[in-house]
Ligand binder design. Structure first.
Ligand SMILES: *[C@@H]1O[C@H](CO)[C@@H](O)[C@H](O)[C@H]1NC(C)=O
Ligand SMILES: *[C@@H]1O[C@H](CO)[C@@H](O)[C@H](O)[C@H]1NC(C)=O
Length: 204
């Protein structure tokens, strides 16, 4: 209504300005202090009393632009030979929604293509049957039409012998304990025998 001004929701109080010019048929909506809340379709509806012919509305899409926040890179899985691991990358903010891409570098920081079997889908990089050759730097770029931001993870693939090493240590510990128990057993038997013998001598 032109007389009472626009009916404004509390969330838009003081942030909305509607300029109406009846002679030119022009209505201008101004939104101030834009937030992602307004990242939406906006419809303009015209109502003329008793006029029902024609199209009474038109709509447009308002895209609020927000630069991607620095993404967070993570390694998910065990970084040992022959394992399959995932690398995740995500920006908390960004509008339109950022797209993600991983770039891999050798340990000497030389760019290289991702391994043949690897997949890079929407920030999720999957690496299969990793080895020492998979070690290096992995940089994820999060990008939308405004800007891009990156994160960088270092992958150091360890030989599985590290795991076998601890199993080996456990086996050695078990063997040592076994030997000690055996030694105690032998010592006791000998002592008892010697005692029995000395008793026999005494009796004799
Ligand atoms: C994993 O890679 C090794 C060589 O690095 C190869 O010998 C082995 O067959 C591969 N395993 C699978 C399941 O592809
Ligand atoms: C990733 O990090 C490594 C080690 O901190 C650094 O040497 C390398 O230059 C970085 N790469 C990029 C593209 O930022």
């Amino acid at each position: 209504s032109l007389d009472t001004g626009p009916d404004v929701e509390a969330a838009y109080a003081g942030r909305i300005n509607l300029r109406v010019s009846v002679p030119t048929g022009d209505v201008a909506l101004t939104i101030m202090k834009l937030t992602l809340q307004e990242n939406n379709k906006i419809r303009c509806k015209v109502q003329i009393p008793k006029d029902t012919s024609g199209k009474g509305y038109a709509s447009t899409t308002l895209v609020v632009l927000v630069a991607p926040s620095p993404p967070v890179c993570r390694i998910v899985g065990t970084t040992e030979y022959f394992e399959n691991i995932n690398m995740t990358c995500a920006s908390e903010e960004g509008s339109p929604a950022p797209t993600y891409k991983w770039q891999s570098y050798t340990v000497n920081n030389v760019p290289r293509p991702n391994p043949l079997k690897a997949t890079d889908v929407n920030g999720l990089l999957s690496l299969y049957n990793i080895s020492i050759d998979t070690s290096g730097f992995f940089v994820c770029t999060s990008q939308n039409k405004i800007r891009s931001a990156t994160c960088n993870v270092t992958l150091a693939v360890m030989p599985p012998s590290m795991k076998l090493g601890s199993v080996g240590a456990a086996l050695i510990a078990a063997a040592v304990i076994g030997l000690i128990l055996a030694a105690i057993g032998i010592y006791c038997c000998c002592c008892r025998k010697r005692k029995e013998q000395s008793e026999e001598y005494t009796m004799g």
